[in-house]
Design a protein around this ligand. Structure first.
Ligand code: UD1
Ligand code: CA
Length: 488
């Protein structure tokens, strides 16, 4: 089936005042991706010839988020119809193409609209009997303030009535629209040339003084064009207007994502405490313990264990490796097969080879760690000198003793050993041993003498209190310490 070229408009000019945010509504995130990002990804999967995003004045960061797609600015928020009208000049060449094109309009704040539903809308537009317009309808539990789609006996759309207009109407027939359970989900698909003309003709003679996109249904019917409804699930058309709706959307997304992961063979001991990003990729037989957070860009190959209270983002963990408990993998962390990163270990832009271990209290940043290397507790790669980042290289099977500071740029070659507590500033050759710490000094009886000296001032205080001379006081203390008792 050869489909007509598709022009798409995403409406995102609304300020979203109920979010009470300095950030435009569509940039708030669900599962680590902006609402707009979710919508664009879905729409992109239909391979439209062009996508134009309508933004409000000054919404430069929305425009950046929309790139490489074009944006147009809707100067005043005069309604959804006005917003689409603002986008039309950027699409006119496509819309007016001789061969005919379709125009799809979606909202930037409805992140769960699926590609399947949009494809079903497109499918309705093919064939000789195809309607000129396809509305997206749904039947919510509570129709609330949604627009109501009114159908005739054949199922064709007669018109849409906005909630406020139904409320304000004198006409009892219009008021009865509120009894209709069929609501308008917002998205709209139709013949681009027809829509172009109708949108140019919209007026704002209604309860809100807005240019309603939804008026095109009645206008089309008056001109002899038909409109049909594609039904969607209520969750799909869920619009996000407040922080609590944002949280509800997140919860919905996470529930679905956890179920998917388990269906694909991942064990989640406590699913409700594991948070995924939109792009988290997890292989089969991974085990995820409670309280784990996946930021964007995580790939876990098969058989990986992520133990409790770990935070991962922008990293790849290869098969059989183990992370945590209490580990942090930051962007650029790559753990090789069977590598182990244990408690209170942070890894950033560093690769651990096969079977390499960093089990406790360590920071590995900008580093390359060879297969089988062992990084002792408390090891720190000092990668930043206050001006630039530098690299640390640790060779295959090297052994880094506990509490070592590796002052980058520096390398410890294969098989080398670094003594505990070292501050390594020079490269260590293959199989070499580096000990870079103050040499230990042992003074026989030094502690005893130190104690004597330390005790003197206290003795003076005590002597003043109990009337003893320092010498006598020391004798008494010595007897106590050795368990001797003076007979009294
Ligand atoms: C709209 C529909 C309503 C439907 C509901 C579904 C109209 C007239 N009404 O109502 O039938 O039931 O969605 O959620 O279309 N926007 C702009 N510029 C504007 C106005 C809006 O870009 O001037 C954008 C908003 O940012 C938002 C989208 O259009 O992404 C929808 O606008 P909104 O005001 O939320 O429409 P509703 O009143 O909810
Ligand atoms: Ca809305």
């Amino acid at each position: 089936m050869t489909e007509r070229p598709l022009a798409t408009v995403v409406l995102a000019a609304g300020k979203g005042t109920r979010m009470k945010s300095a950030q435009p509504k569509v940039l708030h995130r669900v599962a680590g991706r902006s609402l707009l990002g979710h919508v664009l990804t879905t729409v992109e999967s239909l391979r439209p010839a062009r996508i134009v995003v309508v933004v409000g004045p000054g919404m430069d960061d929305v425009a950046s988020a929309a790139a490489p797609h074009a944006t147009v600015v809707q100067e005043d928020q005069l309604g959804t119809g006005d917003a689409v009208r603002a986008a039309l000049p950027a699409l006119r060449d496509l819309c007016m193409a001789e061969a005919g094109a379709d125009l799809l309009i979606v909202f930037g704040d409805t992140p769960f609209l699926t590609a399947e539903t949009l494809r079903a809308m497109r499918d309705r537009r093919s064939g000789p009997e195809a309607p000129s317009l396809v509305a997206l309808g749904f039947e919510p539990e509570d129709p609330g303030a949604y627009g109501r789609l009114l159908l005739d006996d054949s199922g064709a759309v007669v018109r849409n009535v906005e909630y406020k207009d139904a409320l304000a109407a004198d006409d009892p027939q219009l008021r009865r629209a509120l009894d209709s359970k069929l609501c308008n989900g917002g998205a709209l698909l139709g013949d681009a040339a027809v829509l172009n003309r109708l949108i140019d003709e919209l007026d704002n003679d209604n309860a809100q003084g807005e240019y309603y996109l939804t008026d095109v249904f009645a206008m089309a019917r008056a001109d002899g064009f038909s409109a049909r409804v594609q039904l969607a699930e209520e969750q799909e058309v869920m619009g996000i207007n407040s922080r609590s709706e944002l949280a509800r959307a997140e919860a919905l997304y996470q529930t679905r994502r956890r179920d998917e992961a388990m269906a694909e063979g991942v064990t989640l001991i406590d699913p409700a405490s594991v948070f995924f990003s939109h792009d988290t990729a997890i292989g089969p037989d991974c085990l995820i313990e409670p309280q784990v957070f996946f930021g964007p860009g995580v790939v876990l190959e098969e058989g990986v264990t992520v133990r409790a209270y770990s935070h991962l983002e922008g990293c790849r963990v290869q098969s059989g490796a183990s992370v945590g408990p209490f580990a942090r993998l930051r962007p650029g962390a790559i753990l090789g097969p069977k590598a182990r990163v244990g408690n209170f270990v942070e890894v950033k832009n560093a690769r651990l080879g096969k079977g390499a271990k960093a089990n406790h209290l360590t920071y590995l940043g900008d580093a390359e760690i060879g297969a089988g290397a062992n990084v002792g507790a408390g090891t720190i790669t000092c990668n930043y000198d206050g001006f630039a980042k530098h690299k640390t290289v640790i060779g295959t099977k090297a052994f880094i003793g506990s509490n070592t500071a590796l002052v980058a740029p520096v390398s410890v070659a294969a098989g080398a050993v670094v003594g505990a507590g070292s501050v390594v500033t020079d490269d260590v050759p293959t199989d070499g041993l580096a000990i870079a710490r103050g040499r230990q000094l042992v003074i026989d009886q030094g502690a005893a003498r130190l104690r004597e000296r330390q005790q003197e001032p206290q003795d003076k205080d005590a002597a003043r209190q109990d009337g003893l001379q320092p010498e006598a006081r020391r004798r008494v203390a010595g007897q106590r310490a050795t368990g001797q008792h003076s007979k009294e």
